[in-house]
Design a protein around this ligand. Structure first.
Ligand SMILES: Cc1cc2nc3c(=O)[nH]c(=O)nc-3n(C[C@H](O)[C@H](O)[C@H](O)COP(=O)(O)OP(=O)(O)OC[C@H]3O[C@@H](n4cnc5c(N)ncnc54)[C@H](O)[C@@H]3O)c2cc1C
Length: 299
C-alpha cells in the first residue's frame, strides 16, 4: 500500500498494521485493528484523519480502552491512540489543572491532591484517560463534566477549536462533544486540604473495591441505569436471577451484576451473548429496555 508507506514516513508517531485490540482494552478482548496509530503531535493527527477520509476508512479514538468491547474480528479502520507525551501533559496553575486527552485520570487526581486542589476525587480509581472520561462524562458519586472549564478539540476536518463551558453539555454518561477529538481539557478546581483530599480518594477507592469486581478484566458497568427509574440496572439484572451467569468465558459478576467479567479467555461474542440475555430478561420481566454503556468497536 504505497500511500500507507508515504503516510508512515511523514509521521513522527507510530503506525502499524494489525495491532491486536485485546492489548489495549481493559476487557483484554478484541481482534486486530487494520491500522493502529499513535500520533505524536496535532500535525500527525491531522495527517492521519485526512488519510482515513481520503481512503474512506472509519476512525476511532481510543483512550485507555476501559469502556470498550472490541469485536473478535477487530476493526477494519484506523485506531488513534492518544498516548504520546504530547497528548498526556499535565499543568497546574492556581486552581486550574490542564491535562492532555491521553493523561490517565489517576495521574490527574494525584497531581490535584498534591496541589491541595479539590474536585477530582470521584475520578480516583476509574481506569480511564481524560479524553475518554469527558466523552463518557465518567465519575463515581459525581461526574467529570461538573469540573470541565474549557476543551481544546479537533474536528473531523482537522480544524482546532476551543470550546467553553457554555458550549458543553454533560448528562448521565454522555456529553455533546463526541463528534470531536479531544486534545486537551482545563478543569476548574477548588482549594482544599491535601490530607483530607487523599483520605477521600482512599475512601472512595475502597468503596469501589468493596462493590465492584477488580480481580478480573472488565469494562466497568455494561448498561446505563434506566432513565427516570429509581432502580439501578444492576438491581434489575439481579432480580432476573442472572448474577453469576456464564456464557463461554464471560460471566456476570457475583460482586456487581452490571459488570461482565472476562473470566476465562472470553470472546466479544461471549460478552455480547450475555448482554443479549440480560436485555431480553429485563425487557420480559420489567418492560424496560436497557441501553448499553460500553462502546462497541468493530462488527
Ligand atoms: C474496573 C472498571 C471500573 C470502572 N468504574 C467506572 C466508574 O466508577 N465510573 C465511570 O464513569 N466509569 C467507570 N468505568 C468505565 C471507564 O473506565 C470510563 O468510562 C473511562 O472514563 C473511559 O475512559 P477511557 O480513556 O478508557 O476511554 P475509552 O474506553 O478508550 O473510550 C471511551 C469512548 O471515548 C472515546 N474517546 C476516548 N478518547 C477520546 C478522545 N481523546 N477524543 C474523542 N473521543 C475519545 C472513544 O472513542 C469511546 O467512544 C470503569 C471501568 C472499569 C474497567
Amino acid at each position: 500500500m504505497e500511500s500507507f508507506q508515504t503516510l508512515k514516513k511523514s509521521l513522527k508517531g507510530k503506525l502499524i498494521f494489525g495491532e491486536p485490540l485485546s492489548r489495549h482494552t481493559t476487557f483484554c478482548i478484541g481482534g486486530p485493528a487494520k491500522i493502529w496509530a499513535e500520533p505524536s503531535s496535532e500535525d500527525d493527527l491531522r495527517k492521519l484523519i485526512t488519510f482515513a477520509k481520503r481512503l474512506g476508512l472509519k476512525f476511532v479514538v481510543l483512550g485507555a480502552g476501559s469502556n470498550i468491547l472490541a469485536s473478535d474480528k477487530g476493526f477494519e479502520g484506523l485506531i488513534l491512540m492518544m498516548s504520546s507525551p504530547q497528548f498526556s501533559n499535565l499543568e497546574i496553575k492556581k486552581n486550574q489543572l490542564k491535562a492532555g486527552a491521553g493523561a490517565k485520570l489517576a495521574r490527574c487526581v494525584y497531581s490535584a491532591c498534591k496541589h491541595s486542589l479539590s474536585g477530582m476525587e470521584g475520578l480516583f480509581g476509574i481506569p480511564g484517560t481524560v479524553g475518554g472520561a469527558i466523552i463518557m462524562n465518567s465519575g463515581y458519586k459525581t461526574s467529570i463534566g461538573k469540573i470541565v472549564k474549557r476543551l481544546r478539540v479537533m474536528d473531523r476536518n482537522g480544524k482546532i477549536l476551543t470550546l467553553k463551558s457554555k458550549d458543553l453539555k454533560f448528562v448521565y454518561r454522555k456529553s455533546n462533544v463526541c463528534r470531536y477529538i479531544i486534545l486537551e481539557a482545563e478543569f476548574a478546581l477548588k482549594l482544599g486540604n491535601e490530607k483530607d483530599l487523599r483520605k477521600e480518594c482512599v475512601r472512595l477507592r475502597q468503596l469501589r473495591k468493596d462493590t465492584q469486581p477488580w480481580d478480573k478484566p472488565s469494562a466497568g458497568c455494561v448498561f446505563r441505569n434506566p432513565k427516570g427509574r429509581c432502580e439501578s440496572a444492576s438491581s434489575l439484572i439481579e432480580k432476573c436471577g442472572l448474577k453469576g451467569r456464564v456464557f463461554g468465558g464471560a460471566k456476570i459478576s457475583n460482586v456487581h451484576s452490571n459488570f461482565i467479567i472476562n473470566n476465562k479467555s472470553a470472546s466479544s461474542k461471549d460478552v455480547a451473548s450475555l448482554m443479549k440475555l440480560v436485555k431480553n430478561s429485563v425487557m420480559k420481566k420489567f418492560n424496560i429496555a436497557l441501553k448499553s454503556e460500553i462502546i462497541k468497536i468493530g462488527s
